[in-house]
Design a protein around this ligand. Structure first.
Ligand code: HEC
Ligand code: HEC
Length: 271
Protein backbone atom coordinates (compact mmCIF):
# COMPACT_ATOMS: atom_id res chain seq x y z
CA UNK A 1 0.00 0.00 0.00
CA UNK A 2 2.91 2.33 0.82
CA UNK A 3 4.17 2.11 -2.76
CA UNK A 4 0.75 2.88 -4.14
CA UNK A 5 0.53 6.13 -2.26
CA UNK A 6 3.53 7.26 -4.25
CA UNK A 7 1.70 7.05 -7.55
CA UNK A 8 -0.53 10.15 -7.20
CA UNK A 9 2.29 12.11 -5.48
CA UNK A 10 4.74 11.54 -8.27
CA UNK A 11 2.19 12.30 -10.90
CA UNK A 12 1.33 15.58 -9.10
CA UNK A 13 5.01 16.50 -9.06
CA UNK A 14 5.32 16.05 -12.78
CA UNK A 15 2.21 17.86 -13.72
CA UNK A 16 3.18 20.83 -11.56
CA UNK A 17 5.58 22.66 -13.93
CA UNK A 18 6.55 25.44 -11.45
CA UNK A 19 7.72 23.02 -8.80
CA UNK A 20 10.23 21.42 -11.09
CA UNK A 21 11.85 24.63 -12.37
CA UNK A 22 14.48 24.96 -9.59
CA UNK A 23 16.36 21.84 -10.72
CA UNK A 24 15.43 22.32 -14.34
CA UNK A 25 18.33 24.58 -15.53
CA UNK A 26 19.96 22.02 -17.83
CA UNK A 27 16.68 20.46 -18.80
CA UNK A 28 14.89 23.55 -19.98
CA UNK A 29 14.84 22.38 -23.59
CA UNK A 30 11.47 20.85 -24.45
CA UNK A 31 13.09 17.71 -25.84
CA UNK A 32 14.92 16.99 -22.60
CA UNK A 33 11.78 17.73 -20.62
CA UNK A 34 9.84 15.31 -22.73
CA UNK A 35 12.55 12.70 -22.25
CA UNK A 36 12.34 13.03 -18.47
CA UNK A 37 8.59 12.71 -18.53
CA UNK A 38 8.88 9.62 -20.68
CA UNK A 39 11.45 8.15 -18.29
CA UNK A 40 9.32 8.85 -15.26
CA UNK A 41 6.34 7.33 -16.99
CA UNK A 42 8.30 4.22 -17.95
CA UNK A 43 9.73 3.91 -14.45
CA UNK A 44 6.38 4.17 -12.77
CA UNK A 45 4.35 2.13 -15.20
CA UNK A 46 5.11 -1.10 -13.32
CA UNK A 47 4.29 0.57 -10.00
CA UNK A 48 0.99 1.80 -11.34
CA UNK A 49 0.21 -1.67 -12.65
CA UNK A 50 1.12 -3.14 -9.29
CA UNK A 51 -1.30 -0.72 -7.67
CA UNK A 52 -4.08 -1.94 -9.88
CA UNK A 53 -3.21 -5.59 -9.31
CA UNK A 54 -2.85 -5.33 -5.57
CA UNK A 55 -6.51 -5.43 -4.71
CA UNK A 56 -7.46 -8.75 -6.31
CA UNK A 57 -4.19 -10.40 -5.21
CA UNK A 58 -4.70 -9.54 -1.54
CA UNK A 59 -8.35 -10.56 -1.83
CA UNK A 60 -7.17 -14.03 -2.74
CA UNK A 61 -4.84 -14.51 0.24
CA UNK A 62 -7.30 -13.12 2.78
CA UNK A 63 -10.12 -15.22 1.52
CA UNK A 64 -8.38 -18.57 1.09
CA UNK A 65 -11.46 -20.30 2.52
CA UNK A 66 -13.84 -17.75 1.07
CA UNK A 67 -14.84 -18.63 -2.47
CA UNK A 68 -16.66 -15.43 -3.12
CA UNK A 69 -13.37 -13.57 -2.86
CA UNK A 70 -11.31 -16.20 -4.65
CA UNK A 71 -13.69 -16.82 -7.55
CA UNK A 72 -13.01 -13.67 -9.63
CA UNK A 73 -9.22 -14.21 -9.75
CA UNK A 74 -9.22 -17.99 -10.16
CA UNK A 75 -7.85 -19.16 -13.50
CA UNK A 76 -10.31 -21.73 -14.78
CA UNK A 77 -8.39 -24.85 -15.66
CA UNK A 78 -10.56 -27.92 -16.15
CA UNK A 79 -7.48 -29.99 -17.02
CA UNK A 80 -6.10 -29.47 -13.52
CA UNK A 81 -9.60 -30.25 -12.30
CA UNK A 82 -9.62 -33.54 -14.18
CA UNK A 83 -6.32 -34.43 -12.56
CA UNK A 84 -7.72 -33.79 -9.06
CA UNK A 85 -10.98 -35.47 -9.93
CA UNK A 86 -9.25 -38.66 -11.01
CA UNK A 87 -7.08 -38.55 -7.91
CA UNK A 88 -9.74 -37.86 -5.28
CA UNK A 89 -13.28 -38.07 -6.58
CA UNK A 90 -13.78 -40.58 -9.39
CA UNK A 91 -13.52 -43.53 -7.04
CA UNK A 92 -17.02 -42.67 -5.75
CA UNK A 93 -18.45 -40.31 -8.36
CA UNK A 94 -17.29 -42.38 -11.33
CA UNK A 95 -15.21 -41.52 -14.36
CA UNK A 96 -18.21 -40.15 -16.22
CA UNK A 97 -19.42 -38.37 -13.09
CA UNK A 98 -22.64 -40.39 -12.94
CA UNK A 99 -22.12 -41.44 -9.32
CA UNK A 100 -21.18 -45.02 -10.22
CA UNK A 101 -17.52 -45.10 -9.24
CA UNK A 102 -15.92 -48.41 -8.24
CA UNK A 103 -16.35 -47.59 -4.55
CA UNK A 104 -19.97 -46.40 -4.79
CA UNK A 105 -21.52 -49.82 -4.16
CA UNK A 106 -19.79 -49.95 -0.77
CA UNK A 107 -21.51 -46.77 0.46
CA UNK A 108 -24.83 -46.25 2.20
CA UNK A 109 -25.53 -43.10 0.14
CA UNK A 110 -25.27 -42.72 -3.62
CA UNK A 111 -22.56 -40.27 -4.66
CA UNK A 112 -23.95 -37.25 -6.48
CA UNK A 113 -24.54 -37.66 -10.21
CA UNK A 114 -22.70 -34.76 -11.87
CA UNK A 115 -24.38 -35.50 -15.19
CA UNK A 116 -27.67 -34.31 -13.64
CA UNK A 117 -27.45 -30.87 -15.25
CA UNK A 118 -30.76 -29.60 -13.90
CA UNK A 119 -29.74 -30.21 -10.30
CA UNK A 120 -26.25 -28.78 -10.67
CA UNK A 121 -27.04 -25.79 -12.85
CA UNK A 122 -29.22 -24.55 -9.96
CA UNK A 123 -26.14 -24.45 -7.72
CA UNK A 124 -23.55 -21.69 -7.76
CA UNK A 125 -19.81 -22.37 -7.94
CA UNK A 126 -19.60 -20.96 -4.42
CA UNK A 127 -22.09 -23.52 -3.08
CA UNK A 128 -20.22 -26.40 -4.70
CA UNK A 129 -16.91 -25.14 -3.37
CA UNK A 130 -18.37 -24.88 0.11
CA UNK A 131 -19.79 -28.40 -0.05
CA UNK A 132 -16.52 -29.94 -1.23
CA UNK A 133 -14.50 -27.97 1.28
CA UNK A 134 -16.68 -28.67 4.34
CA UNK A 135 -18.11 -32.04 3.33
CA UNK A 136 -21.44 -33.85 3.65
CA UNK A 137 -21.96 -33.78 7.42
CA UNK A 138 -21.62 -30.00 7.62
CA UNK A 139 -24.44 -29.80 5.07
CA UNK A 140 -26.73 -32.40 6.64
CA UNK A 141 -25.74 -34.98 4.02
CA UNK A 142 -23.80 -38.24 3.91
CA UNK A 143 -20.60 -38.58 5.93
CA UNK A 144 -19.11 -40.49 3.00
CA UNK A 145 -18.59 -37.17 1.30
CA UNK A 146 -15.55 -36.06 3.29
CA UNK A 147 -14.50 -32.44 3.86
CA UNK A 148 -11.70 -31.95 1.35
CA UNK A 149 -10.70 -28.60 2.83
CA UNK A 150 -8.06 -30.34 4.92
CA UNK A 151 -6.49 -32.17 1.99
CA UNK A 152 -6.75 -29.81 -0.95
CA UNK A 153 -5.82 -26.15 -1.36
CA UNK A 154 -8.43 -23.53 -2.24
CA UNK A 155 -7.24 -23.55 -5.84
CA UNK A 156 -7.37 -27.31 -6.11
CA UNK A 157 -10.92 -27.39 -4.78
CA UNK A 158 -11.90 -24.64 -7.20
CA UNK A 159 -10.45 -26.70 -10.06
CA UNK A 160 -12.64 -29.69 -9.10
CA UNK A 161 -15.62 -27.32 -9.26
CA UNK A 162 -14.51 -26.38 -12.80
CA UNK A 163 -14.35 -30.03 -13.76
CA UNK A 164 -17.78 -30.74 -12.23
CA UNK A 165 -19.06 -28.00 -14.59
CA UNK A 166 -17.54 -29.89 -17.54
CA UNK A 167 -19.39 -33.02 -16.38
CA UNK A 168 -22.62 -31.04 -15.83
CA UNK A 169 -22.48 -30.04 -19.50
CA UNK A 170 -21.78 -33.64 -20.57
CA UNK A 171 -18.60 -32.43 -22.21
CA UNK A 172 -15.19 -34.00 -22.56
CA UNK A 173 -11.94 -32.20 -22.19
CA UNK A 174 -10.07 -32.46 -25.43
CA UNK A 175 -6.63 -33.49 -24.45
CA UNK A 176 -4.16 -32.76 -27.20
CA UNK A 177 -0.58 -33.98 -27.03
CA UNK A 178 0.66 -30.63 -25.72
CA UNK A 179 -1.71 -30.45 -22.77
CA UNK A 180 -0.92 -33.84 -21.35
CA UNK A 181 0.85 -35.16 -18.32
CA UNK A 182 3.81 -37.53 -18.48
CA UNK A 183 3.22 -41.27 -18.26
CA UNK A 184 4.37 -41.21 -14.66
CA UNK A 185 2.00 -38.35 -13.76
CA UNK A 186 -0.91 -40.15 -15.38
CA UNK A 187 -0.06 -43.25 -13.39
CA UNK A 188 0.10 -41.23 -10.18
CA UNK A 189 -3.19 -39.46 -10.90
CA UNK A 190 -5.24 -42.34 -12.15
CA UNK A 191 -3.72 -45.75 -11.47
CA UNK A 192 -1.67 -45.69 -8.29
CA UNK A 193 -4.70 -45.88 -5.98
CA UNK A 194 -5.38 -49.42 -7.21
CA UNK A 195 -2.15 -50.67 -8.74
CA UNK A 196 0.15 -49.22 -6.06
CA UNK A 197 3.39 -47.23 -6.20
CA UNK A 198 5.36 -49.94 -7.98
CA UNK A 199 2.52 -51.80 -9.66
CA UNK A 200 2.28 -54.44 -6.94
CA UNK A 201 -1.51 -54.08 -6.80
CA UNK A 202 -1.44 -52.76 -3.24
CA UNK A 203 -2.96 -49.30 -3.74
CA UNK A 204 -5.16 -47.61 -1.14
CA UNK A 205 -8.37 -48.33 -3.03
CA UNK A 206 -7.51 -51.98 -3.62
CA UNK A 207 -7.17 -52.31 0.12
CA UNK A 208 -10.45 -50.46 0.74
CA UNK A 209 -12.25 -52.73 -1.71
CA UNK A 210 -10.38 -55.79 -0.51
CA UNK A 211 -9.25 -56.58 -4.06
CA UNK A 212 -6.50 -58.96 -5.03
CA UNK A 213 -4.91 -57.21 -7.98
CA UNK A 214 -2.27 -59.07 -9.96
CA UNK A 215 1.07 -57.28 -9.76
CA UNK A 216 2.27 -55.59 -12.96
CA UNK A 217 5.74 -56.93 -13.56
CA UNK A 218 7.88 -57.52 -16.61
CA UNK A 219 6.64 -61.14 -16.76
CA UNK A 220 2.93 -60.46 -16.31
CA UNK A 221 2.91 -57.53 -18.74
CA UNK A 222 4.92 -59.40 -21.38
CA UNK A 223 1.98 -61.82 -21.53
CA UNK A 224 -0.01 -59.04 -23.25
CA UNK A 225 0.68 -57.60 -26.69
CA UNK A 226 0.98 -53.81 -26.86
CA UNK A 227 -2.40 -53.64 -28.57
CA UNK A 228 -4.02 -55.79 -25.88
CA UNK A 229 -2.63 -53.54 -23.12
CA UNK A 230 -3.89 -50.51 -25.02
CA UNK A 231 -7.37 -52.04 -25.27
CA UNK A 232 -7.52 -53.01 -21.59
CA UNK A 233 -6.64 -49.46 -20.58
CA UNK A 234 -8.95 -47.87 -23.13
CA UNK A 235 -11.98 -50.10 -22.58
CA UNK A 236 -11.42 -51.49 -19.09
CA UNK A 237 -12.29 -55.05 -18.23
CA UNK A 238 -15.95 -56.03 -18.88
CA UNK A 239 -18.14 -55.55 -15.83
CA UNK A 240 -19.51 -59.11 -16.02
CA UNK A 241 -16.02 -60.49 -15.39
CA UNK A 242 -15.83 -62.45 -12.17
CA UNK A 243 -13.16 -61.34 -9.74
CA UNK A 244 -11.31 -58.07 -9.31
CA UNK A 245 -11.07 -57.29 -13.03
CA UNK A 246 -14.44 -55.55 -13.24
CA UNK A 247 -13.01 -52.75 -11.09
CA UNK A 248 -10.53 -51.84 -13.82
CA UNK A 249 -12.14 -48.69 -15.30
CA UNK A 250 -12.20 -47.77 -19.00
CA UNK A 251 -9.90 -44.79 -19.55
CA UNK A 252 -10.77 -44.08 -23.18
CA UNK A 253 -12.96 -41.14 -22.26
CA UNK A 254 -10.45 -39.43 -20.00
CA UNK A 255 -7.07 -40.25 -21.53
CA UNK A 256 -5.93 -39.39 -25.04
CA UNK A 257 -4.33 -41.98 -27.33
CA UNK A 258 -0.90 -40.51 -26.63
CA UNK A 259 -1.49 -40.57 -22.89
CA UNK A 260 -2.46 -44.25 -22.96
CA UNK A 261 0.76 -44.96 -24.88
CA UNK A 262 2.75 -42.91 -22.36
CA UNK A 263 1.27 -44.68 -19.37
CA UNK A 264 2.01 -48.05 -21.00
CA UNK A 265 5.67 -47.03 -21.35
CA UNK A 266 5.63 -46.06 -17.70
CA UNK A 267 4.11 -49.29 -16.39
CA UNK A 268 6.58 -51.20 -18.56
CA UNK A 269 9.37 -49.90 -16.30
CA UNK A 270 8.00 -51.91 -13.34
CA UNK A 271 10.10 -54.92 -12.45
C1 HEC B 1 -15.90 -41.89 -0.47
C2 HEC B 1 -16.76 -41.47 -1.55
C3 HEC B 1 -16.69 -40.05 -2.06
C4 HEC B 1 -15.60 -39.37 -2.53
C5 HEC B 1 -14.16 -39.87 -2.61
C6 HEC B 1 -16.06 -38.08 -2.99
N1 HEC B 1 -17.41 -37.97 -2.81
FE1 HEC B 1 -18.58 -36.37 -3.28
N2 HEC B 1 -20.20 -37.33 -2.56
C7 HEC B 1 -20.20 -38.61 -2.04
C8 HEC B 1 -21.55 -38.96 -1.62
C9 HEC B 1 -21.99 -40.27 -1.00
C10 HEC B 1 -22.36 -37.83 -1.91
C11 HEC B 1 -23.85 -37.67 -1.68
C12 HEC B 1 -24.10 -37.07 -0.34
C13 HEC B 1 -25.58 -37.08 -0.02
O1 HEC B 1 -26.38 -36.83 -0.93
O2 HEC B 1 -25.90 -37.35 1.14
C14 HEC B 1 -21.47 -36.83 -2.51
C15 HEC B 1 -21.89 -35.57 -2.95
C16 HEC B 1 -21.09 -34.66 -3.58
C17 HEC B 1 -21.54 -33.40 -4.11
C18 HEC B 1 -22.98 -32.95 -4.15
C19 HEC B 1 -23.35 -31.79 -3.32
C20 HEC B 1 -24.82 -31.49 -3.44
O3 HEC B 1 -25.11 -30.31 -3.47
O4 HEC B 1 -25.65 -32.40 -3.50
C21 HEC B 1 -20.46 -32.78 -4.64
C22 HEC B 1 -20.42 -31.42 -5.33
C23 HEC B 1 -19.32 -33.65 -4.45
N3 HEC B 1 -19.73 -34.78 -3.79
C24 HEC B 1 -18.05 -33.37 -4.89
C25 HEC B 1 -16.96 -34.21 -4.69
C26 HEC B 1 -15.63 -33.91 -5.12
C27 HEC B 1 -15.20 -32.68 -5.89
C28 HEC B 1 -14.85 -34.94 -4.73
C29 HEC B 1 -13.35 -35.08 -4.88
C30 HEC B 1 -12.54 -34.00 -4.42
C31 HEC B 1 -15.69 -35.91 -4.06
N4 HEC B 1 -16.97 -35.44 -4.06
C32 HEC B 1 -15.25 -37.11 -3.52
C33 HEC B 1 -19.13 -39.46 -1.91
C34 HEC B 1 -17.83 -39.15 -2.24
C1 HEC C 1 -10.34 -48.83 -9.35
C2 HEC C 1 -9.11 -49.58 -9.42
C3 HEC C 1 -8.25 -49.47 -10.67
C4 HEC C 1 -7.76 -48.35 -11.26
C5 HEC C 1 -7.98 -46.91 -10.85
C6 HEC C 1 -6.95 -48.80 -12.37
N1 HEC C 1 -6.98 -50.15 -12.44
FE1 HEC C 1 -6.01 -51.30 -13.81
N2 HEC C 1 -6.84 -52.96 -13.03
C7 HEC C 1 -7.60 -52.99 -11.89
C8 HEC C 1 -7.95 -54.36 -11.60
C9 HEC C 1 -8.76 -54.83 -10.42
C10 HEC C 1 -7.36 -55.16 -12.62
C11 HEC C 1 -7.43 -56.68 -12.78
C12 HEC C 1 -6.23 -57.25 -12.07
C13 HEC C 1 -6.35 -58.74 -11.93
O1 HEC C 1 -6.90 -59.38 -12.81
O2 HEC C 1 -5.87 -59.25 -10.89
C14 HEC C 1 -6.68 -54.23 -13.49
C15 HEC C 1 -5.99 -54.62 -14.61
C16 HEC C 1 -5.17 -53.78 -15.36
C17 HEC C 1 -4.34 -54.19 -16.45
C18 HEC C 1 -4.23 -55.58 -17.00
C19 HEC C 1 -2.99 -56.24 -16.53
C20 HEC C 1 -3.24 -57.17 -15.43
O3 HEC C 1 -2.34 -57.30 -14.60
O4 HEC C 1 -4.33 -57.79 -15.35
C21 HEC C 1 -3.67 -53.09 -16.90
C22 HEC C 1 -2.65 -53.00 -18.02
C23 HEC C 1 -4.12 -51.99 -16.10
N3 HEC C 1 -5.03 -52.43 -15.17
C24 HEC C 1 -3.67 -50.70 -16.24
C25 HEC C 1 -4.20 -49.63 -15.55
C26 HEC C 1 -3.82 -48.26 -15.80
C27 HEC C 1 -2.78 -47.81 -16.82
C28 HEC C 1 -4.55 -47.49 -14.97
C29 HEC C 1 -4.56 -45.98 -14.89
C30 HEC C 1 -4.77 -45.24 -16.10
C31 HEC C 1 -5.39 -48.38 -14.18
N4 HEC C 1 -5.13 -49.65 -14.57
C32 HEC C 1 -6.27 -47.94 -13.19
C33 HEC C 1 -8.01 -51.93 -11.14
C34 HEC C 1 -7.76 -50.60 -11.42
Amino acid sequence: MAICKRCPEKRADNMDGTRNTHNDDRLSRPAAYFLIRLLVLLLFLPVMQACQQERPASGQTDGEKNVMAAAPVHQRDPLQGLKRYLGYCFICHGQKGDGNGPYASMLSAKPADFTDSTYFMAKTDGELYDFISKGGIAHGKSMHMKPFGFQLTADEIQSTVDYIRVLNRHERISRGEGSGFSGEEIYRNSCVMCHGEKGAGDGRVSKMLNLTVKPMTEETLSGFSGAKLYNIIQDGIPSDTTGAGKYMPAWGTSLSEQEIIDVISYISTFR
